[in-house]
Design a protein around this ligand. Structure first.
Ligand code: 5GP
Length: 117
């Protein structure tokens, strides 16, 4: 699935080299519980193909990015987040990005304030 060297941490998780709590997987993406949850439900929806960050995405990524959003909505339903949920993509250091492998945070299970910090 991925290159053997310089894998991102999420590629290593996808390849089962690092353990994680999976809640969903298909050919294009997977979802795991965040190791440092910021809400009662905090999942990451991660493409198997590495796009470093949204700001470096290309038209070729359109279908994949759409798939991530549709999948996040489906997972939110499965996780019974009908009261509300939030999707977050941190892009770049100033936004808090810490893993250079695009991922969508799916947060729910508590009141989420606005504006975010
Ligand atoms: P970012 O800060 O890049 O938007 O989000 C990276 C997220 O990945 C963080 O919320 C962090 O807690 C999570 N994370 C980092 N390493 C691991 C890991 O090894 N396993 C899991 N499940 N989550 C991780």
């Amino acid at each position: 699935m991925s290159t053997p060297i310089n894998k991102t941490i999420f590629q290593k998780i996808a390849d089962r080299e690092i353990p994680a709590n999976f809640v969903y997987e298909d050919d294009l993406c997977f979802s795991i519980r965040d190791i440092n949850p910021q809400a009662p439900t905090h999942l990451l929806v991660i493409p198997k193909r590495v796009v470093p960050r949204l700001g470096e995405s290309t038209p070729e990524d359109e279908a994949l990015l759409g798939h991530l959003l549709v999948t996040a909505g489906k997972i939110a339903q499965e996780q019974k987040l009908s009261a509300g949920f939030r999707l977050v993509i941190n892009n770049g250091k100033q936004a808090g990005e810490s893993v250079p492998h695009l991922h969508v945070h799916l947060l729910g299970g508590r009141d989420l304030t606005w504006p975010p910090g």
